[in-house]
Design a protein around this ligand. Structure first.
Ligand SMILES: NC(=O)c1ccc[n+]([C@@H]2O[C@H](COP(=O)([O-])OP(=O)(O)OC[C@H]3O[C@@H](n4cnc5c(N)ncnc54)[C@H](OP(=O)(O)O)[C@@H]3O)[C@@H](O)[C@H]2O)c1
Length: 214
């Protein structure tokens, strides 16, 4: 993702890639102080350090890392009191719209529901962070607990998410397919351009499209 994001920034005349700290490298606090925004796609273990260092300079953070437990989610909440923090398990605009569309399933909440996701064979977490977010939003919409998302791993699939709504008479399927990883990089850079204009708070990619939830 780092390489994808660097390429998207390179092609964007409004943005400049200023600092890409590497594991084990000495921290350059002078460079860090000049940044407008951080974009972090790394690992759950790296999150605390990223938020701590960004907050020293009141720099907003866009974070796309997945596999977070309650501990990391609490960290996002804590630091969002000091700086703007935008975290989304999926930075694509299509999935942001899909999450909103799930609200309409409230009208058929008596149906059976099942989420299924497919990802490349190198993906570390399962079910995907996107499937977990879709499940949370779906359960909220239909007002009941649902079976865990099915995770399929294989080949080089960038990410497919399907939501099945099933009754005895019909099956409705919502489906999103990421055609490449650039989609996540583009979403995160768009989010970064938006986040620099926001007050401290915890945001999601949906807020870039629809405005912050009240
Ligand atoms: N939100 C979205 O839309 C979205 C889309 C795609 C992926 N993701 C998520 O983004 C994350 C990264 O994905 P990826 O495919 O780019 O993974 P990756 O290929 O494993 O890259 C992660 C990078 O972060 C670095 N890193 C990890 N932990 C670190 C630490 N503690 N300190 C310093 N550097 C650290 C790694 O450095 P080393 O090489 O030294 O380990 C590596 O360069 C995953 O959680 C993935 O699920 C999210």
């Amino acid at each position: 993702m780092g390489k994808e994001i660097a390429a998207v920034i390179e092609a964007n005349p409004r943005c400049e890639l200023s600092y890409t700290p590497l594991r084990g490298e000495k921290w350059d606090s002078k460079k860090a102080a000049t940044l407008d925004v951080w974009i972090d796609f790394s690992s759950p273990e790296a999150l605390k350090d990223v938020l701590k260092k960004a907050s020293e300079n009141k720099t907003p953070v866009v974070c796309g890392t997945t596999g977070f437990s309650k501990k990391e989610k609490d960290l996002l909440k804590k630091y969002s009191g000091k700086i703007p923090v935008l975290w989304s398990s999926n930075m694509s605009l299509g999935v942001a719209v899909l999450n909103e569309a799930l609200k309409s399933l409230a009208a058929i909440s008596h149906f059976d529901f099942q989420i299924e996701e497919i990802h490349h064979n190198r993906k570390k977490d399962r079910p995907s962070g996107t499937a977990i977010t879709l499940q949370e939003n779906l359960e909220k919409a239909v007002g009941k607990k649902l079976p865990e998302a099915l995770a399929i791993r294989g080949g080089g699939v960038f990410g497919v998410h399907k939501i099945f709504a099933m009754s005895d008479e019909e099956v409705l399927t919502f489906e999103h397919t990421a055609l490449n990883r650039t989609v996540f990089a583009k979403g995160s850079v768009q989010a970064a351009e938006w986040l620099v204009k926001q007050k401290p708070g915890l945001y999601q990619i949906r807020d870039v499209l629809f405005g912050k939830k009240k």
